[in-house]
Design a protein around this ligand. Structure first.
Ligand code: FES
Length: 130
């Protein structure tokens, strides 16, 4: 009996999409990239690059135009005291103000998560890895 070999998805090469030279994408910059039919918002926050699905699931506002700030939490982990967290890493939707954590794509106050993408710098180019 011959056993069929399963495709090795880990070694499958991933598509790389160069965005722009890193020198042209400084801290605080953001850009919207279109890959096929998908728009992706890419941010440089203190030298770290983050990429998220670029449209808000509420009413499709372009998230690359959102403000970056922190947010207030008050829960069991903070002993029910209000605490300012994730300063500069909370993306506020320009549509109606939903807040997303740029690192994880998770929405604050809602059970949803934006897709995130890996970003690397290769040979001086900021590059999306899909
Ligand atoms: S479109 Fe983003 S909160 Fe409404």
């Amino acid at each position: 009996m011959t056993q069929e070999k399963q495709p090795d998805t880990k070694s499958r090469s991933r598509r790389k999409v160069p965005i722009m030279p890193a020198v042209d994408f400084p801290h605080g910059a953001r850009v919207e990239v279109q890959v096929g039919r998908v728009r992706i918002a890419v941010f440089n926050i203190n030298g770290e690059y983050f990429a998220l699905y670029g449209r808000c699931p509420h009413q499709s506002a372009p998230l690359s135009r959102g403000r970056l700030q922190g947010t207030v939490i008050c829960n069991k982990e903070t002993c029910w005291e209000t605490k300012w967290v994730h300063d500069g890493e909370v993306l506020v939707c320009p549509g109606h103000g939903m807040e997303y954590h740029v690192r994880s794509g998770k929405a604050f106050g809602y059970d949803l998560k934006l897709r995130t993408y890996e970003v690397v710098v290769e040979e001086g180019q900021v590059t999306l890895v899909l």
